[in-house]
Design a protein around this ligand. Sequence first.
Ligand SMILES: [Cu+2]
Length: 150
Amino acid sequence: MTKHFLAVALAVLLSTHVAHAQMMVSDLSLKHGIGARPGVVHGKLNNHGAQEVSLTAVSSPSFGRIELHTHTKVDGVMRMRQVSELLVAAGATLEMKPGGYHLMLFEPKTSDKKAPVSLLFTFNNGQTISQSVTPHAHAMGHKMMHHKGH
Ligand SMILES: [Cu+2]
């Protein structure tokens, strides 16, 4: 075997490995709404690949419907707007944070607001990621959001 062959074989192995776990989800935080009002999820979508990838859907057994949202300024007022996908550029991280992108959780199916919530993320490269999040208490979640800012 030549050194060249080994280098090519290694490159193929590495690219295959990257393709399998191109997207990662990290730093998820979930806050329930008061009563039947919608909850919200913030966190990070990491794209470790060489192609852009979109988050196209999120579902959960704990909620009837989950929407992808962003904030836009309309006449000087910040308004939430539903989007069909969250695009993550190659090698980039998209941050879902207060005042920006977030997930909106509608139709809560449980009254236990301390129970871990399982979220299933679906990406347009065929990858899915399932992750469990423990909800913040209302007051604490609010406090943490401010302390987390850079
Ligand atoms: Cu929203």
